[in-house]
Design a protein around this ligand. Structure first.
Ligand code: S5P
Length: 264
């Protein structure tokens, strides 16, 4: 199936190269799953990648969770992820002023050199997006920023008004790939999609086939409902990596998300 047939207006209106790349990969793999690879060792990450690589479209990392991180091992890991045709998404949730965010993309982890996507809060103003884009340009690469418009955690401070301001600034920003929306609340997500229109993506954490409350204030909604409400990518962590059979679970999430996209 061609991406333009599957994604419709989203394909036509999301012009950022990284958006097209994601939509293409999702069609090739028949999966809208981004694995939240929240493991704490390099061997744990490699193991997970081998298990789920064929059934996911993107891999979300928290590079600063890894106890035995080294630059060499990390670059081996990124090469392995690319072999599975995955976008690499560092969920750094940058929030500082533009020039510091640009510098934070370098440093010991050198996120700019291996990430395709990063997350940012817009709390410090829109220049953060320029700072992150400048960092990718510093190493001759391109990437896309996902802005946090909503969060899945209970009691978060991202009010509806705040969300509206983030969307208003984000939709007109060329370096913005899209928004993080709350996958645990389809009605909030549908509202977000109305505000965003078709020109940007919405990626959603807080998704699990077992809906309800998670650990430490996390909340979960159903993957199909999230996609039907306007999510373009479901971010799934423990639903896959904590299960007894991550490979089989990744396949289930892939099928649920892909079928929901076809239904949508
Ligand atoms: O609002 C949010 C935003 C993010 S990016 N809520 C989230 O849970 N996340 C991330 O998604 C979080 O950092 C974690 O890596 C993942 C959810 O993992 P799970 O195990 O709860 O599925």
């Amino acid at each position: 199936m061609q991406p333009e047939d599957v994604w419709g207006n989203r394909w036509r209106e999301c012009t950022l190269a990284m958006a097209k790349r994601y939509m293409t990969v999702a069609c090739e793999k028949q999966s809208l799953v981004c694995l939240a690879a929240d493991r704490k060792t390099m061997s744990g990450l490699f193991e997970l990648l081998e298990q789920v690589g064929p059934n996911i479209a993107a891999l979300k990392t928290h590079v600063d969770l890894i106890d035995d991180w080294t630059a060499d091992e990390w670059s081996r890991f990124c090469v392995a992820a690319e072999r599975y045709n995955l976008l690499i998404f560092e969920d750094r949730k940058f929030a500082d002023i533009g020039k510091i965010s640009r510098s934070q993309m370098a440093g010991i982890y050198d996120i700019r050199s291996w990430s395709n996507i990063v997350t940012a809060h817009l709390i410090s103003g829109p220049d953060i997006v320029d700072g992150l884009q400048a960092a990718w340009q510093d190493v001759g690469r391109q990437g896309g920023v996902l802005l946090l418009a909503q969060m899945s955690s209970r009691g978060n401070l991202l009010t509806s008004d705040y969300c509206e301001s983030v969307v208003a600034k984000g939709v007109v920003s060329a370096g913005v790939l899209g928004f993080i929306g709350n996958g645990s609340r389809p009605e909030e997500l549908a509202e977000l999609r109305n505000r965003v229109g078709d020109g940007k993506m919405i990626w959603t954490p807080g998704v699990n086939l077992a809906i309800g409350d998670g650990e430490m204030g996390q909340r979960y909604g159903d993957p199909r409902e999230a996609v039907l409400a306007g999510s373009d990518c479901i971010i799934v962590g423990s639903g896959i990596h904590r299960s007894d059979n991550p490979a089989a679970m990744a396949k289930q999430y892939a099928e649920a998300s892909w079928n929901a996209l076809l239904e949508r």
